[in-house]
Design a protein around this ligand. Structure first.
Ligand code: HT7
Ligand code: ZN
Length: 850
């Protein structure tokens, strides 16, 4: 397949001003009639052929300015020769036929449980009609839907309807990837919102009958998001109606189609009995994210798909700000950094590393990555830190004013910040083009009353980028004295050179530095601190992120030592420091849960690997269990502590209550290490009325091999609720002990409820196993690898996008011992050798193998 390059960008030869679509819905033969008002692009070379994208479309008829034209589409679209076009504006008409019921790839128009829905980002619209399917072609849309479904929806505002038909008009010009259509037997949960300027907006969340009572939280999150965007960014909603639809079959989380967001039902539906605290938190964040796209993505969109981070990085940054404001900022920041390190640092360190703005791709769906999203958000966060909150707001105001209605580039974005702040951001812009995670080195000296901090930076080579240049790195630093008092409050050091010194004068004694506070840049801080200093910072740092970080790094290093030398006892100093944090009345439960939550097995694995041969993942797991058990033994009265954390009254998903449950769940995990029959977890499972505690207990029962009865009871109770049943599958795939994990996931895939064409169900088993059960997946005989490869081979012809994403589980293969490398390589080769492998999977497997 061809490689698409940013340097090859050329403006579209023709523009579309208005789109009229008529859908006659039928599962096997939907008719789509399109009428496009087109004209030559004044900014492109004149006299070009008209090329329209189109895939899997049966062309029934086409016309230009009403005159029939015979055309022969190829596999990717069709070409109208320039000679067949008038000089000025013209009307293109086409009628095509498509088969939504056969569309298992879930791109374009497809069916989910009898309901029609669309997914057009990035290039799905070309599976609906012939069109210049690129984001820099923006048009208004008028849509007529004919079908016998009770609910017929599209973007914008409803203009007319009757039995079996409805018409919609979206006055805001938009790119084709934001088009949406939904038709089905749906019910709505309704509410309203009055904007800051007094306009009334109707809000509707559409779900399948029976799910109406699970929409209240999503609706509340939506209203809070709308208000927050007004107060924090001055952005009002711009239509009379905002709709969300929940669908069960969906490749990703949600989609920001103009006025008609479509969501994976997992990120809409919630009730205390069926959703965990984490589900509620994700719903809030994703509802906000999609809503915020209305301005950052829809009103101002991307010129081309290389600019994806322009909308995604910024919108993730905005949803993170929102969630931090709604909940605890430090807790949210720690969670975001954990996620960045688990997913993005992993990506940056392997064969799939790419810049926040990639230079080339084969399949754009493969670039909806942690680097574009999460590192993209970190880049915006650094800009915010460097220019300050006021200048950031000025810059954003200018961005909206200057670029509303346009399809923009990262250069436009940078220029806005330069114009608003007067700063030269040439060097900063390297964050968009340079892949890899920078390493920050630290040297210190103290003479007289002056402390000198010398920082160095370097970025390891990544695929296609051997040489790296210095970046602008904001390093938030504070200094503490040996008694734990803060002697220098947080200062933003701007590291721009490969090596640079910063001095702090007037100090009575050599201080203890607290560096990269709040995780001020997405880098790896290579500071060789000893255990005592880490314990000191855990006890004394005033920066909550670094307080957590100190405990996290200490725990990780202790675990790494326990893996390297299995006789090493669990470090008593660490255990004492963790118990002290647990007993600290100044810390809230959510924060304590994070401090007591151990690093992931992957994190420990990577730490060991830095200076030792790759360990066996099973040994990493043993070290984690040993440390867990030692900590459990040291905490007196665990049962009483768990009881004291119980939240009185009815379940509420608020952050404080969730924090208490997070801590009590962690303590229950520790207690279960000491109970051979997991008696307390069993009791919690039997008595609790909320899904958070149910899943905490069930996970512990699965982990400790005590789950047979609980799993049977859970299945009997929830077999008709797909989202809850996903949890039943997922908990077994992730937490079954490694010796039996492959057999368990194999059996799960043979279960009558394993509907493998539904991405949520497939991810619940195959994804949870490959990404969440490290020791099980990396079993020495390679059975885990074979299991994943078998599924990738089976899924690829059905759903390439989801296949390619799951194939990313192999991206770390070079980090393992030679035996495992050979086994993984064999499976990757087996996949690569398949005939007719999709473009998506060919690209990912090819890059992993490179
Ligand atoms: N902008 C969307 C990204 C997306 C997507 C969503 C659902 C299915 C397929 C998709 N391909 C790309 C989601 C977002 O970032 O908000
Ligand atoms: Zn997004």
């Amino acid at each position: 397949p061809p490689t698409i390059r940013l340097t090859d960008y050329a403006p579209p030869a023709y523009l579309v001003d208005a789109v009229h679509l008529t859908f006659r819905l039928d599962p096997a033969a939907t008719r789509v009639a399109a009428r496009l008002s087109m004209r030559p692009n004044p900014h492109a070379a004149p006299g070009q052929d008209l090329r329209l994208d189109g895939e899997k479309l049966t062309l029934r008829a086409a016309a230009i300015d009403g005159a029939r034209i015979e055309l022969n589409p190829d596999a990717e679209g069709l070409t109208v020769p320039a000679g067949a076009l008038p000089d000025g504006p013209f009307t293109w008409e086409a009628e095509v036929e498509i088969a939504p019921k056969d569309n298992t790839a879930l791109e374009g128009l497809y069916m989910s449980k009898g309901m029609y829905c669309t997914q057009c980002e990035a290039e799905g619209f070309r599976k609906i009609t012939f069109f210049p399917d690129r984001p820099d072609v923006m048009a208004t849309y008028t849509v007529r839907i004919e079908g016998d479904q009770p609910v017929l929806l599209s973007n914008g505002n409803p203009t007319a309807q009757g039995p079996g038909w409805a018409e919609w008009h979206d006055p805001h010009p938009k790119p084709s990837y934001l088009f949406a259509l939904v038709a089905g037997d749906l019910v709505s949960h309704d509410d309203g919102f009055v904007t800051a300027s007094g306009r009334e907006v109707a809000l509707k969340i559409y779900v399948r009958p029976g799910d109406q009572h699970k929409c209240a939280y999503a609706m509340d999150a939506l209203k809070r998001s709308m208000r927050w965007d007004e107060t924090e960014y001055g952005r009002e909603y711009d239509l009379d109606l905002f709709m969300i639809v929940a669908v069960d079959d969906f490749n990703m989380g949600a989609m920001e189609n103009k006025g008609l967001n479509i969501f994976n039902s997992k990120y809409v539906l919630a009730s205390p009995e069926t959703a965990t605290d984490r589900d509620y938190e994700l719903i809030e964040g994703i509802i906000a994210h999609e809503y915020f796209h209305n301005w950052t993505g829809n009103r101002i969109t991307c010129r081309d798909w290389f600019q994806l981070c322009l909308k995604e990085g910024l919108t993730v940054f905005r949803d993170q700000q929102f969630s931090g404001d709604q909940r605890s900022r430090p807790v949210k920041r720690i969670e975001d950094v954990q996620m960045l390190r688990t997913r993005q640092f992993r990506e940056d360190a392997g064969p799939l590393a790419h810049p926040v703005r990639p230079q080339e791709y084969i399949e754009i769906n493969n670039f909806y990555t942690a680097t574009v999203y999460e590192k993209g958000a970190e880049v915006i966060g650094m800009l915010h830190r460097l220019v300050g909150a006021d200048a950031y707001r000025r810059a954003l105001d200018l961005y909206f004013e200057r670029h509303d209605g346009q399809a923009c580039t990262i250069e436009d974005w940078i220029e806005v910040f330069e114009d608003a702040t007067g700063r030269d951001l040439t060097q900063f812009a390297r964050w968009y083009s340079q892949a890899g995670t920078p390493r920050l080195g630290v040297e210190e000296s103290f003479e007289g009353d002056t402390y000198t901090l010398t920082l160095t930076q370097s970025t390891p080579p990544t695929p296609g980028q051997a040489e790296k240049r210095p970046l602008v790195i904001p390093v938030a630093a504070g200094l503490l004295d040996r008694q734990g008092a803060e002697v220098v409050p947080t200062r933003m050091l701007e590291l721009t050179e490969a090596r640079q010194s910063f001095t702090f004068e007037g100090l009575a004694a050599r201080p203890v530095p607290s560096l990269l506070r709040g995780f001020s840049a997405p880098v790896i801080l290579n500071r060789t601190a000893d255990d005592a200093e880490r314990a000191f910072l855990l006890a004394n740092d005033t920066d909550p992120f670094n307080k957590w970080e100190a405990g996290h790094a200490l725990t990780r290093d202790v675990l790494a030592r326990m893996v390297r030398a299995p006789d090493t006892p669990a470090d008593p100093e660490l255990l004492t420091a963790l118990v002290a944090a647990l007993d600290d009345p100044a810390l809230d439960p959510a924060f304590k849960a994070l401090v007591l939550g151990f690093p992931t097995a992957e994190d420990v694995f990577r730490t060991v690997r830095q200076d030792s041969p790759p360990p066996d993942p099973a040994e990493v797991r043993v070290a984690l269990i040993r440390l867990d058990t030692a900590l459990a033994r040291l905490i007196p009265d665990l049962p009483e502590r768990i009881r004291a954390l119980a939240v009185p009254g009815r379940y509420s998903p608020d952050a404080d209550s969730a924090g208490r449950r997070a801590l009590s769940g962690r303590l229950l995990g520790l207690l279960t290490r000491l109970e051979p029959d997991a008696a307390t977890a069993r009791a919690v499972f039997a008595r609790t009325d909320n899904m958070t505690e149910t899943m905490q207990a069930l996970g512990l029962l699965v982990r400790s091999d005590n789950a047979d009865a609980a799993l049977a009871a859970f299945h009997a109770r929830w077999k008709d609720d797909p989202l809850v049943l996903d949890k039943w599958f997922s908990v077994q795939a992730a937490l079954t002990p490694p010796e039996r994990a492959v057999e368990t996931v194999q059996a799960l895939t043979e279960h009558a409820d394993f509907d493998w064409k539904t991405p949520n169900r497939l991810r619940a088993v195959v994804g949870s196993f490959a990404m969440g059960n490290m020791a099980g997946f990396h079993r020495a005989d390679g059975a885990g690898y074979r299991f994943l490869a078998d599924w990738l081979i089976k899924l690829d012809p059905v759903n390439p996008q989801t296949t390619a994403r799951l194939a990313g589980a192999f991206e770390t293969w070079r980090q393992f011992d030679e035996g495992r490398q050979a086994l993984i390589l064999h499976q990757l080769q087996r996949i690569a050798d398949r005939d007719a492998l999709s473009r998506d999977t060919t690209e990912i497997v090819g890059r992993i193998l490179d």
